[in-house]
Design a protein around this ligand. Structure first.
Ligand SMILES: Nc1ncnc2c1ncn2[C@@H]1O[C@H](COP(=O)(O)OP(=O)(O)O)[C@@H](O)[C@H]1O
Ligand SMILES: [Mg+2]
Length: 281
């Protein structure tokens, strides 16, 4: 309830337009601010809004109370070792950081491929500070619920191979993810692993797709793998070729997307652009 001064000229008292606002305002005898200009709390009044002014303090507080922006979650999944989860995780985190996003990598594999690479990157950045910083935290699928991503735009989760342990945790993680990428080669062994894995996830309502990795488009196996995958789910419109350029930069904490005008780098940027759209970022 707005109080009015008893009578006479303006009186200074605490802002009554926003509860808790510490500013002192001069009120005229009608309970209006006086003068009708910018006041102590940054509030400004127009003639029409004299009775219901917008208190800058109140809007600042409202902004502080606004729910934190939602961190998107991208999971690199699949049960088979060597299919390309860590390769894609490392390139996508660099591409996302280059795009200016606040990204964190989560390494859930006990072998710590992703984390060790980011440690090497930190060392490389001392020599080449122009490399974007890529923070990766060592974790596990069981610890997922305890992680805090406040203020982040994106978390990229590199998962461990095998489904013997923690399948329920993995399904839960993938259900919470905004998108799941399942890299796979065109080999029968990889397909036999990734297809049932995806079937389990998709039956749980997970959003995601296969990405053909280590691909050679000229082979017959590539074409038949693509059509086999298509029968079971979505397949990313970009496939990643098998290239020495993709594997070799990892040793020094780099990724092929760090290099301008590299064939592998362009492909990885295409994967990033596609994933970014799917994530709505
Ligand atoms: N497209 C590719 N071209 C060349 N080497 C690749 C490619 N994808 C993966 N590799 C190599 O294959 C190995 C396994 O890949 P990785 O991403 O570590 O698999 P995962 O994390 O799924 O176990 C690594 O040595 C990696 O450098
Ligand atoms: Mg890995």
């Amino acid at each position: 309830m707005r109080q009015r001064p008893a009578s006479g000229a303006s009186q200074a008292r605490q802002c009554t337009y926003a509860s808790g606002c510490p500013a002192q305002h001069n009120y005229n005898r009608f309970g209006h601010f006086f003068p009708r200009e910018t006041l102590g709390c940054g509030l400004s009044l127009s003639r029409s809004s004299a009775m219901v002014p917008e208190c800058a303090w109140e809007s600042t507080m409202a902004a502080k109370k606004a729910p934190a922006k939602q961190c998107k979650v991208l999971v690199l999944g699949g049960s088979k070792g060597g299919c390309g989860r860590s390769t894609l995780s490392r390139n996508l985190i660099v591409a996302a950081r280059q795009a200016g996003l606040n990204v964190v990598g989560v390494d859930q594999d006990a072998q710590r491929t992703f984390k060790k690479w980011s440690d090497r990157r930190e060392a490389a950045r001392e020599k080449f500070p122009q490399l974007v910083e890529c923070e990766v935290i060592a974790s596990s699928v069981e610890e997922w619920a305890s992680l805090d991503f406040t203020g982040r735009d994106l978390a990229i989760v590199d998962t461990a191979p095998g489904i013997e342990h923690g399948l329920a945790d993995m399904i839960s993680l993938c259900r919470q993810a905004d998108y799941v990428l399942l890299p796979t080669s065109a080999s029968t062994d990889d397909l036999e692993s990734v297809v049932p894995y995806w079937t389990t996830l998709s039956e749980s309502g997970v959003r995601g797709e296969f990405v053909l990795n280590k691909a050679n488009r000229r082979t017959r196996s590539f074409a038949s793998a693509r059509s086999a995958l298509n029968r079971h789910g979505r397949v990313a419109p970009v496939e990643v070729p098998l290239l020495e350029d993709i594997a070799s930069p990892f040793a020094s904490g780099l990724a092929v997307v760090d290099y301008d005008r590299s064939k592998g780098g362009e492909v990885m940027q295409d994967v990033w652009r596609h994933v970014r759209r799917e994530l709505g970022l």
